[in-house]
Design a protein around this ligand. Sequence first.
Ligand code: ZN
Length: 136
Amino acid sequence: MLKLCSCGEQMALSLRTVIFAKKVNITNVPVYSCDICGRNDVFHGVKDDVGRLISQLGAVSDSRSIPFDQVHEWASLLSDLRTQMKKLQPSDVARATEERTNQLLDLLNLASSLGDESWKQEIQSRLAQLSAQYIL
Ligand SMILES: [Zn+2]
């Protein structure tokens, strides 16, 4: 979960606001940023989800703000983690992701035993979002 910047510095994982079409603020997007040269790269594993969110907006007429951590499981986890500690450490992120995955797998078992298909699908899509950290 470490990435090198083009300037040679190590980039740190953080949550940033991404501005689209100068009107839409998407807040709490996982981003790699470089303290030295100020470069920001949206975390690769969530790029598709950010793109999908933007395409769902359609034509943008009003300024608005969308909290990405409310629509994306891994961004939500990072956001929770950041309220507990200032800096996102890869080891803490990995541990929290594993815990959240286990919780969701327990829920998936419950949904399966209840035969609740729509709940199962919802949990499966949240599990898929958690795997974002492995998509580099
Ligand atoms: Zn840099």
